[in-house]
Every structure is written in C-alpha cells, then in structure tokens.
Design a protein around this ligand. Structure first.
Ligand SMILES: NC(=O)c1ccc[n+]([C@@H]2O[C@H](COP(=O)([O-])OP(=O)(O)OC[C@H]3O[C@@H](n4cnc5c(N)ncnc54)[C@H](OP(=O)(O)O)[C@@H]3O)[C@@H](O)[C@H]2O)c1
Length: 239
C-alpha cells in the first residue's frame, strides 16, 4: 500500500485529495496544523469506511512541529511514497508589490515557501526509502513568471505577495528536481485550478472534487515528467 502525506489536509483541496487517495487504496497521513481541526476530518473519512487514514499534526511554519511529524511517521512507516506540499495561505489583501505590507509578504512566504522547503527536507529520509518517491508542490498560475509578465488583470495585483511565494515554490520544484534528476524521484508543481475554498472566501469557480482530481492524477500516473509544472488540464504550464 503506497503511503502519502498531505499537509493542510483538514479542509479544502487537501482534504478532498486525502479522500480521493484513500478511495484509491493509498495509506493517507492527513496533516493538520492543530489537533482540534485534524481529528474531525480524519473521523469523517473513517466514518465513510476508510480506515487507511491517520491524522498527523504539522504546522509547516514551526520547525519543531515538522520534526515531531517526521518522527511520528518514522515510527509508523518504513517509507513515504508521496509528499504533497499543499498547506498554503493567501494572506491579507491587497498586497500590490509596491505598497504591500512587508510582514504580510514574510508571513505568506513562511507557509507557502519556507514551510514546503523545510517539510520536504525533513521528510527526504523517508521518501528516499520508497522505490518511487514523488513530491508534489501545490502551486498556482499566479506563481508563473510567464503569466505574471503578460497579465493585465488588476485582480492579480492584490495577490502579488502570494504570487511571489508560489514563484519561489516553483523554483524549489525546479532546483530540487535538478538535484535528484538521476534518481527515481519525481518532483513537480501542480496548479489545481481556481477552486471555491476558505483561501478565496469560496469565490473559486470549481469544486474541491475537481481540484483534487488533478492532484490525484499527478500522484498516481506512472509517466509523469519530473521538473515540470502542470495545470488542471494536465498540460504543461510555463514557469
Ligand atoms: N483555491 C484555489 O483556487 C487554489 C488555486 C491554486 C492553488 N491553490 C493552493 O491549494 C492549496 C490548498 O488551498 P485551498 O484552496 O484548499 O485552501 P484552504 O481550504 O484554505 O486550505 C489550506 C490548508 O492549509 C492549511 N495551512 C495553512 N497554514 C498552515 C500551516 N502553517 N501549517 C499547516 N497547514 C497550514 C490550512 O489549515 P487551517 O484549516 O488550520 O487554516 C488548510 O488546511 C494551497 O497551497 C493554495 O495556495 C488553491
């Protein structure tokens, strides 16, 4: 049974991804930054008949919490096959880059970039024990420099800090995939599509079921090209 760890899986796209992967027979470690929020979604999946789901506490902005989560998994599992760095925040808006609050920018980076990097670094040992390790960083078209440089959409400006954090996350995908290019690691960025979740006050135009399907596809397909950025249609997105 393949084992997957998903950060920020107590709600939104992460929760639905946990559900769909449990349905497919993956053993799911459902990450939540606090116990109160994590136990209920785990129970919800157990009540649906999925006993292959466990809650693991992890706050990706807290080094000690990441370390404890790693130790918890090391005690339970021989290996980790898939790490999905899904935890993310949008931060306070507006965040136009010329005027946005620098502390807001830092806070967003703490979760969306440093959180993903530090979590990955800690879980690398368990991932290396898998025959087919995979790391999926949940990104956004707003993180694409190609998209940013042609965007005329004023609504994008209010998310400039978030956009920068996803660009940095994408750089992490590229550089990590280069470091592990001659190994069996698959390391990609995936953009699940504009989805109604807490992150955007439920303004997104697609459902979490649709978004999770995209992530599940890239978790399960054999021939994924490492070091790439994929959109909700499965097409490559320009960095
Ligand atoms: N929704 C979209 O349209 C969209 C589009 C493209 C990409 N994405 C990306 O998809 C991912 C999931 O977002 P979502 O839309 O599903 O939003 P969401 O419903 O707000 O879920 C975000 C999850 O991240 C968790 N989280 C936040 N800070 C954390 C921390 N420090 N440590 C651990 N977990 C933390 C949240 O926990 P709490 O419940 O405790 O807050 C929550 O479980 C994010 O990376 C987001 O950037 C979303």
């Amino acid at each position: 049974m393949k084992k997957v760890f998903i950060t920020g899986a107590n709600q939104g796209i992460g929760f639905e991804t946990a559900k769909q992967l449990a349905e497919l027979g993956y053993y799911v470690y459902l990450g939540s930054r606090n116990k109160t929020n994590g136990v209920e979604p785990k129970k919800k999946l157990n009540d649906l008949g999925f006993n292959n789901v466990e809650f693991v506490e992890i706050d990706v902005t807290n080094a000690n919490s990441i370390k404890l989560a790693t130790q918890t998994l090391e005690a339970k599992a021989q290996q980790l096959d898939v790490l999905i760095n899904n935890a993310g925040i949008a931060g306070e808006q507006p965040q136009n880059i010329s005027t946005g609050d620098i502390n807001n920018l830092r806070k967003i980076f703490e979760t969306n970039f440093f959180g993903a990097v530090q979590t990955t670094q800690q879980f690398m040992g368990l991932l290396k024990k898998s025959d087919e390790p995979r790391i999926i960083n949940i990104s956004s078209p707003l993180g694409s420099l190609a998209v940013q440089s042609v965007s005329e959409n004023p609504n994008h400006r209010i998310y400039d800090a978030y956009s920068c954090s996803k660009t940095a996350l994408n750089a992490f995908t590229v550089l990590l995939s280069k470091e592990f290019q001659n190994t069996n690691f698959k390391i990609i960025s995936v953009e699940p599509g504009y989805t109604a979740t807490n992150l955007n006050q439920y303004k997104g135009t697609q459902t979490t079921e649709q978004a999770a399907k995209v992530i599940v596809k890239f978790t399960t397909i054999a021939n994924v090209q490492t070091g790439n950025f994929f959109d909700r249609n499965g097409d490559e997105l320009a960095w």
